[in-house]
Design a protein around this ligand. Structure first.
Ligand SMILES: Nc1nc2c(ncn2[C@@H]2O[C@H](COP(=O)(O)OP(=O)(O)O)[C@@H](O)[C@H]2O)c(=O)[nH]1
Ligand SMILES: [Mg+2]
Length: 443
């Protein structure tokens, strides 16, 4: 996601960081560069222009205040403005009615059917009873596609085969009322291009069903085309939000950055894979971090949480507090780390990691294997109490693991430092493993 734009911002920021003073000259230089980065990423030119103006104005304001790191302050302004441009905070769905109706709108191939099913899956996990409605009646394959996806998501699909889409939607809502359904999702037909007939049809569906949510589904790969069609749909229908799909591809970022400002409507979700679980709530700060190359702490934590067993994590925490964390536990941690992917991938998600620097760095993932081999060659006693590992034991472990004595020394030394650190942390009795929710508002 956004690799190109991120790399370019990275180099702009690198020259900014060394800045001794904010002057008119470097404000102009920097904003000119930022503008070019945005335009290269296919950001709408008006959006780019206005963004630059806001950044310029705020940077001018900081000229007089004495700052320790003027460059960092400049970067902060760009970041804050980017978060605002993306909508500031994330917006949720209005599901206050029973049943609530969600209308999916968009061009053919944008991802309406897929997103409708992903939404159904998402809402089902939140305990909602969902009904998917096959209102794209023009291609039999479209109905079959929705039925298949609905089955996978474990939600009911309403269809009448080919028929009048408006009547189908109304009938489906009637059925939802009598069967205690919480949310009805209307999957409508799109065309390849904006077309009068399609607009008339979706407008009639809107008038007859009075949906609480009208979500415009846009293919994030298509850049400004997505923004232009969003604008047309926004004039025809009171959109309540946007779903930007295919963000797992090499989307340049132009649609994500422009669509909110151009339509005035929030991006509510992004599609990040073809699979049912490939839907994420759009969080402006998180996306701004990604675009600007600040790393993605949340993805990192999510990834960690998907692998780390919660019970095990609690146990480890206890051990840390009691200071009984030993090399055996350490080996277990290494294994989990390995499961999370390559070191390079993980480092890339860490905030503050310079992407260019990362590219040139060689992380040896074998290091983990070697460490594992060393620990494997120890006896249980040695793992529990590394202090007993004297010279002759070191030699034996070295032979057994095929690693040098020097490496074994290093590992033991690092481990004892780690233990010391843990002891300190363990003394902070209030240490808690944060719940996922508390990470979403990360600053
Ligand atoms: N990689 C990826 N593919 C997607 C995503 N959303 C939809 N697709 C694919 O895009 C194609 C068109 O999607 P579909 O839901 O049928 O579009 P519709 O015509 O608007 O209903 C399908 O092959 C989907 O699998 C996404 O977020 N990521
Ligand atoms: Mg479809």
């Amino acid at each position: 996601m956004f690799d190109q734009i991120t790399d370019k911002f990275d180099s702009v920021f690198r020259s900014l960081r060394g800045l001794g003073k904010i002057t008119d000259r470097n404000i102009n230089d920097t904003t000119r560069e930022v503008r070019r980065v945005l335009l290269d990423a296919d950001v709408n030119f008006r959006v780019a222009r206005d963004f630059i103006k806001r950044v310029q104005k705020r940077a001018q304001g900081t000229k007089v205040t004495k700052s320790v790191k003027p460059g960092e302050q400049f970067i902060k302004i760009i970041h804050e403005e980017m978060v605002q441009l993306l909508g500031g905070t994330s917006e949720t769905l209005d599901l206050s009615q029973k049943p609530s109706v969600i209308l999916m709108a968009g061009l053919q191939g944008s991802g309406k059917t897929t997103s409708a099913s992903k939404l159904a899956y998402y809402l089902k996990q939140k305990g909602k009873k969902v009904l998917l409605v096959a209102a794209d009646v023009y291609r039999p394959a479209a109905i079959e596609q929705l039925k298949a996806l609905g089955q996978k998501a474990g939600t009911k699909v309403y269809d009448e085969g080919a028929g009048d889409p408006i009547a189908i939607c109304k009938n489906a809502i009637d059925e939802a009322k009598s069967t205690n359904i919480d949310v009805v999702i209307l999957d409508t037909a799109g065309r390849l291009h904006v077309d009068g007939e399609m607009m008339a049809e979706i407008q009639s569906i809107f008038e007859e069903t009075k949906p609480q949510e009208i979500l415009f589904v846009a293919d994030g790969m298509t850049g400004q085309d997505a923004v232009n069609s969003a604008q047309v749909f926004n004039e025809a229908l009171p959109l309540t939000g946007i779903i930007l799909t295919k963000m797992d591809g090499d989307a340049r970022g132009g649609a994500a950055v422009s669509i909110r400002e151009v339509t005035g409507k929030p991006i509510k979700f992004i599609g990040v894979s073809e699979k049912l679980d490939g839907l994420q709530i759009f969080e402006p700060k998180r996306i701004a971090d990604r675009i600007l190359g600040f790393g993605d702490v949340i993805s990192f934590v999510e990834k960690a949480q998907s692998i780390v067993d919660e019970k095990e994590a609690k146990l480890l925490q206890k051990k840390m507090m009691k200071n009984t964390f030993d090399l055996e536990d350490f080996r277990g941690q290494m294994k989990q780390l390995k499961q999370m992917g390559s070191m390079k991938q993980l480092m890339g998600m860490m905030p503050g990691m310079n992407r260019k620097m990362l590219k040139g760095m060689s992380f040896d993932d074998k290091q983990i294997d070697w460490t594992e081999a060393i620990i494997n060659s120890m006896t249980t006693d040695e793992r529990h109490n590394p202090k007993i590992i004297n010279g002759s034991r070191r030699l034996r472990i070295s032979k057994g693991s095929g690693r040098s004595v020097h490496e074994i020394n290093t590992l033991i030394k690092q481990f004892s430092q780690m233990q010391k650190m843990m002891k300190k942390i363990g003394n902070l009795k209030s240490l808690k493993i944060p719940e996922m929710g508390s990470f979403t508002g990360l600053n």
